[in-house]
Design a protein around this ligand. Structure first.
Ligand SMILES: Cc1cc2nc3c(=O)[nH]c(=O)nc-3n(C[C@H](O)[C@H](O)[C@H](O)COP(=O)(O)OP(=O)(O)OC[C@H]3O[C@@H](n4cnc5c(N)ncnc54)[C@H](O)[C@@H]3O)c2cc1C
Length: 457
């Protein structure tokens, strides 16, 4: 009984990994295990893009462990049962796991703790593995979580972070612990053709390149849709191939307004996790109800379908939605305007849009997705819940010469300049030559419907 088990979940890395370092405690033998749990699939998390990315991550993790003398043990089944079995096979006395915010992870942790205790083993849960600042570490005087970002960020910024941990040099895994085959992305159906590659090596390469030459212009360029000047680190943060603590330390060291603005976005990630940890029902229910009676029925369904397929007739919205289908990722400005369009202009329930995003996003996660959707729908933490993003104004501001639209909406690739944002204004012959739909709704009509629904006069 001098063996530890480390359960990897959304922390698929070797660098800066507190559970692994604690499990090794010098040089104890360790069983690194990942469980493919069908309950995760049943909960709706098993989108093809994320499964493919996960397969990359697991292969890379296994390679990294093998380079250090170990290997990854993969099991399929209920996480609690499988971890208990592995712990029994290895005669381990302790199990290490990273803390996570959502209801699913919380229940899993509690069940695992009880089951291990019954067998006489201890569960150690580690904070600041999947977040920089753990949920609950900073709270306002009168509540268990911050409901507004700005005061949260102030406190978050003052919070001391733990030091970064190096990757271990050696990992000794006991013999005789069976593993299933590693999953592979080869042959997976339903993937976005432009899906990024996963894995810790790729994450570290991307982070280094970003901090070297991308972050400095982040403040000025993060909203430039065509410029694509954000880090694209979100899938790596989602799967934990990058440590948020390490990323904050490294970004702070690079200094400058770009790095500061980038760190602020990383704080948004923690902000949503602390909201979800305190209000787990916010994954499904309005955080702050506005008593919406969202549209339903055939016309709302047809509008939603057009939105999901990028056929709303508003080129900037359609470009964003098609980027999502093609890459399994969408620029933040695109996410904002696509979400505003669905929930406010079309007045369709945010849950419908959030589901579609979760089906496609490689970085799709409950905290960030559901709470950003709620933010834009005005049922979340936005202090201006009735703001509506006008897609034309957004297009002119964030894609001024239309390059983003022409990239993602090939039917419009021949329309020059900003005219691409309003194809309905093209001359008769030019317009009829385009195989592109008319707008699903007039903007003033959509706005009036929203205002009436929210009782805004
Ligand atoms: C409707 C909607 C749905 C979203 N769904 C998700 C989701 O499922 N998963 C997800 O990771 N992000 C989500 N976001 C937040 C944001 O759009 C993405 O994190 C960002 O676009 C990822 O690109 P990036 O890595 O280049 O970001 P960067 O701009 O480089 O930012 C760095 C990191 O900060 C974090 N971050 C940035 N913006 C936000 C934000 N608004 N909220 C929380 N964290 C943020 C991300 O981890 C991101 O990787 C959503 C936003 C909206 C408006």
């Amino acid at each position: 009984m001098n063996v530890s088990v480390v359960v990897f979940t959304s922390d698929l890395r070797l660098h800066d990994h507190p559970p692994l370092r604690a499990a090794l405690d010098g040089s104890r033998p360790v069983v690194p295990v990942f469980v493919r749990d069908p309950a995760v699939d049943r909960a709706g998390f098993a989108a093809p893009n994320r499964l493919a990315f996960l397969a990359d991550c697991l292969r890379d993790l296994d390679t990294g462990l093998r380079e250090r003398g170990g290997r990854l043990v993969v099991r399929h089944g209920d996480t609690v049962e499988e971890v208990c079995k592995v712990a029994a096979e290895a005669d381990a006395d302790e199990v290490h796991l990273a803390a996570e915010a959502g209801a699913f992870a919380h229940r899993r942790e509690q069940r695992l703790r009880r089951a291990l205790e019954t067998d006489g083993r201890r569960l150690h849960v580690h904070d600041a593995v999947t977040t920089a600042v753990p949920p609950g570490a900073v709270t306002p005087a009168s509540s268990d979580h911050f409901a507004v970002f700005t005061p949260y960020f102030r406190r978050w910024s003052q919070q001391p972070l733990r030091d970064t941990l190096a990757a271990p040099r050696e990992v000794r895994v006991p013999d005789g612990i069976g593993s299933e085959e590693l999953p592979s992305r080869n042959g997976a159906a339903g993937l976005s053709p432009g899906l990024a590659a996963g894995g810790e090596n790729e994450a570290r390469r991307r982070a280094a390149a970003w901090l070297r030459s991308g972050a400095e212009s982040y403040e000025d360029r993060h909203d430039d849709l065509a410029g694509d000047a954000t880090s694209r680190l979100s899938p790596h943060l989602h799967f934990g191939t990058l440590s948020p603590v390490e990323l904050v330390h490294r970004a702070r060291r690079t200094e400058g307004p770009g790095a500061e603005a980038f760190v602020r976005q990383l704080a948004w990630r923690d902000f949503h996790r602390q909201v979800l940890a305190a209000r787990q029902d916010a994954a499904r229910s309005d955080y702050r109800t506005r008593h919406d009676r969202w549209r339903s029925g055939p016309s709302a369904e047809a509008d939603t379908e057009a939105w999901g397929e990028g056929r709303t007739g508003y080129p900037i919205v359609d470009a964003a939605m098609r980027q999502l289908l093609h890459e399994g990722w969408m620029h933040n400005r695109g996410r904002l305007l696509a979400a505003s369009f669905l929930t406010k202009t079309l007045y369709v329930d945010w849950r419908v849009g959030a589901r579609h995003f979760l089906d496609w996003l490689v970085d799709g996660d409950v905290a960030n997705n559901q709470l950003n959707w709620q933010w834009m729908a005005g049922t979340g933490t936005d202090t201006r819940p009735n703001r509506v993003l006008n897609p034309l104004a957004q297009a002119k501001r964030y894609d001024p010469d239309g390059a983003y639209v022409r990239r993602w909406v090939p039917e419009l690739a021949g329309v020059p300049g900003a005219a691409v944002h309003e194809p309905w204004k093209l001359s008769g012959a030019q317009r009829t030559a385009l195989s592109y739909p008319d707008p699903v709704v007039d903007l003033p009509e959509g706005l009036a419907r929203f205002k009436q629904a929210r009782g805004l006069g």
